[in-house]
Design a protein. Sequence first.
Length: 279
Amino acid sequence: MLQQEHTKDREFHFTEKDFHELRVLIKANTGINLGDSKFNMVYGRLTKRLRALKLENFTDYRTYLKNSGEQELIELTNAITTNLTAFFREDHHFKTLADEIVPEMLERHRRDRRLRIWSAGCSTGEEPYSLAMTLQESVPKGWGDVKILATDLDSNVISHASAGIYTNARIEGIDNRRKERWFDKAGPDHIQTNQALRDMITFKQLNLFHEWPMAGPFDVLFCRNVVIYFDKPTQRKLFDRYADILQPGGYLLIGHSENLFKTSDRFENLGHTVYRRIS
Ligand SMILES: C[S@@+](CC[C@H](N)C(=O)[O-])C[C@H]1O[C@@H](n2cnc3c(N)ncnc32)[C@H](O)[C@@H]1O
């Protein structure tokens, strides 16, 4: 096979069997479905790990994984996850939140004055901080109790997210008014999300396929550019759990290349990857 022919030129010997065993383990642990085309990607993402552990090949790495248990499984999943994200990514979702969802939720919660939002697969935090800015700007000051839960499988991105420190370049696309209001300087090349935003968000490491410690219910759930890595049966189970943890009428927002077609009939499609729970 073509890929194996190239193993001669590689720093570490990596066979089809190594790839197969690793992807079975990753799928079982994270739901992430790695197709044949991800052979080189898996090799590339794990070479740093092999170097750090001073291992000679991937067969030794698989043995190391078996013997070291949970800790190396965390390192493995951290290396494999794709954490690409940005502030106000898919901007239309934040506009829909401010203009349509928030007014409806303020009305619905006029008695208990409690709003709960979950950013599932939040990566390095740009998504929940964009949610926090949008909510700060659209919910009247002093209205009530507004909280965001932000979770990710990858423990490294959760540490990054909870610190809220980013390079200046990460916020280049944000308008000046928001930059001044929501970010503090943190050295010459860095900024930090301000205390008001950080206070709204609870960051937690959470594998979506493990038990969820929170009871909900949530009003709005952002799970964007996460299920794209899962196969349809895995997505079906997850969307069913999402419907259970959302309020009836609660909103689910997914990524631009994702959809619920033939995976869940518990949501109605409101267009632009915005869904509402109907059962
Ligand atoms: C491409 S990022 C998306 C970030 C953000 N939602 C956005 O759209 O910009 C996908 C995130 O999903 C997380 N993820 C993948 N599988 C997961 C799982 N089983 N449980 C929780 N998070 C997972 C990854 O660690 C990664 O940070």
